[in-house]
Design a protein around this ligand. Structure first.
Ligand SMILES: NC(=O)c1ccc[n+]([C@@H]2O[C@H](COP(=O)([O-])OP(=O)(O)OC[C@H]3O[C@@H](n4cnc5c(N)ncnc54)[C@H](O)[C@@H]3O)[C@@H](O)[C@H]2O)c1
Length: 251
């Protein structure tokens, strides 16, 4: 499939996990792809790599400008970089709330703001944001993370409305627990990593974690010119966790 032939894409958080799988898939389908990441040292050709911290507006502007110049423009922006947080509302202080919202919400805004002038020049402009099942389901011990991803979901709708008449589509994916280095780090911290992994798998009706490639496939679907009539939607990639209510096995 070559639906991205001639298109230029920027993927934030593209050095690892879902972002890496997305950058590689878009490139395999014909796009020229730039990765923006805190640490892009592992990113290989044909992907282009730009170091930036999405908490820092100047570094974002410089990286987006460099990527757009090197690619000759931008058609697709994947706002995927994000960080986790654990605990109830009682567990994190103001500083931690500001830190996580600064990356997951304001970081997305900074990158989009810098990319918009380039996207406006494109005949197939699309933005895909990585939200989470945490935007639409109440997950225990994830108050701050869920708040940040709920904001990404709402921003997706607001941005879709603001930019539809400029020809820019905006959608998001809502992954369930995905088997990426992020989850590897989370499991490594658990007192019993195997039991924690089994609990995460059991939470999903498919009985397994989502793969980074499966999320990348959904992002590519929403970013593709083939989805030209799709804007302001969220696509669950969660093994059925949001929508299904199964009876216990054997009942
Ligand atoms: N893994 C999951 O279970 C899961 C589920 C739902 C949603 N998500 C979302 O998917 C996205 C990617 O997650 P992942 O599991 O691939 O994580 P990951 O940790 O494997 O990759 C995240 C990437 O983002 C980059 N990054 C982090 N902070 C940054 C910053 N300030 N500036 C620039 N780059 C930064 C990291 O360097 C890293 O390369 C995140 O937004 C996450 O919230 C993940």
């Amino acid at each position: 499939m070559n639906d991205f032939e001639g298109l230029r894409a920027l993927v934030t958080g593209g050095a690892s996990g879902i972002g890496r799988a997305t950058a590689e898939l878009l490139a395999a389908r014909g796009a020229r792809v730039a990765v923006l990441d805190l640490d892009p040292s592992s990113v290989d050709k044909p992907l282009l790599a730009y170091r930036a911290d999405i908490r820092d507006d100047a570094s974002v502007r410089a990286a987006v400008a460099a990527a757009a110049a090197d690619l000759g423009g931008l058609d697709v922006l994947v706002n995927n970089a994000g960080i986790g947080a654990q605990g109830t509302v009682a567990d994190n202080d103001d500083e931690e709330w500001h830190r996580v919202l600064d990356v997951n919400v304001v970081g997305l805004v900074r990158v989009t703001r810098a990319a918009l002038p380039h996207l406006r020049e494109s005949a197939h402009a699309a933005i895909v944001n990585t939200s989470s099942i945490g935007a639409t389901a109440g997950l225990p011990q994830r108050a701050l993370y869920c708040a940040s991803k709920g904001a990404v979901y709402s921003l997706t709708l607001a941005m879709a409305a603001d930019h539809v008449r400029e020809g820019i589509r905006v959608n998001c994916v809502n992954p369930g627990t995905a088997d990426t280095p992020w989850i590897g780090r989370l499991l490594a911290k658990a007192s019993d990593p195997a039991a924690e992994r089994a609990a995460l798998e059991a939470r999903q009706p498919t009985g397994r974690l989502v793969s980074a490639d499966e999320v990348a496939g959904a992002i590519a679907y929403l970013a593709s010119p083939l989805s030209g009539a799709t804007t302001g939607t969220s696509l669950a990639v969660d093994g059925g966790m949001q929508g299904l209510r199964l009876r216990p096995v054997g009942q």
